[in-house]
Design a protein around this ligand. Sequence first.
Ligand SMILES: Cc1cc2nc3c(=O)[nH]c(=O)nc-3n(C[C@H](O)[C@H](O)[C@H](O)COP(=O)(O)O)c2cc1C
Length: 357
Amino acid sequence: MWTNMLTERLGVKYPIIKAPMLGCESPEFVATISNVGGLGAIGVGRTNGEGVREVIQKIRRLTDQPFCVNFFIPEKRMDGLEHVNDVNSVMEYYRKELNICSKPFMPPNYNIEEQINVILQEKVSVASFTFGCLEPYWIEILKKNGTTVYGTATNVREAVYLEESGVDFIVAQGSEAGGHRGTFLGEFNDSLIGSMALIPQIVTAVNIPVIAAGGIMDGRGIAAAFALGALGVQMGTAFLTCIESAAHLKHKELILNSTDELSCLTRTFSGKPARGIRNRFKTEMESHINLIPGYPIQETLTRDIREAAAEQNNTDFMLLWAGQASTLSRSLTVKELIDRLVVETEDVVNRLNESRY
Ligand SMILES: Cc1cc2nc3c(=O)[nH]c(=O)nc-3n(C[C@H](O)[C@H](O)[C@H](O)COP(=O)(O)O)c2cc1C
């Protein structure tokens, strides 16, 4: 039951992908997943070309198995630049509390073509993206170079757009998912579609394999994703609490002790809606929501606050991204988690076959 078009194309034993989780991973963490039969993925976000190369080479020293490099499609425009000073003065209040000095705002600057060129030069076997769709020109070049390419969709329109642009697979990101929403066509609020509704609709609409993401934590979730027509899963929160994960210990602790009602969607930290555990910053900044600029301006404005909070173990100002099913998280090694996911999924499928439900 574990071999399908997706595993064959990715060159992995199990169609289980550790979601790219920028800021919560390390080359060691990513390589460990690939070494035990899943696909490790690393988010390179706004890293420059040489940084991307360094990370790829480090992973290569730790595994000879395939892994995925994930990047962000840049926004078409920078919304809310005119509010930078107003929002920054609100941030000053938090900087004082954290004892950090204010810094002048520097617009974010990175070059996606530089990242892709490194992926091409390093002949990475799998690449994925979110927040938009890569130009078909680049998708074609990557594929010709031997890289399997997939993108993220949060509605059917995006899935069809990605397919028409030439991607090999699609990640269907349900609204339960931890981290940023990948929405790029239409309004965020209109694309808050749960995995149960989203996955079969995307599977019906496209002719390429679909990978389910959002709220999948154990074998029940994986079996459900298969039942809905997905050929694989991309799991973030479930891997975040693994022993090898590079997530902050306080972040792991909060996930392991969370409740299903603590999850919220917020654009207060980065300007783009993302799901995480509610904390003081998210709650307080909601009163300034109309001032908050878009991504990546707000993300840049809050960076020093988030970094200082992490250093000071202060969860009031940390991102704490996590999905809606985080109460099902476990503190296990990556190998233990993958082994359990395999056994649990097989158990669910066997029970269904034997009508034991
Ligand atoms: C901490 C965290 C960071 C994330 N960072 C990224 C990222 O850099 N790139 C990306 O494509 N998705 C990112 N995601 C979203 C995941 O790809 C995926 O959609 C999500 O984790 C699935 O939901 P789950 O967390 O319930 O498993 C992130 C998710 C989390 C929890």
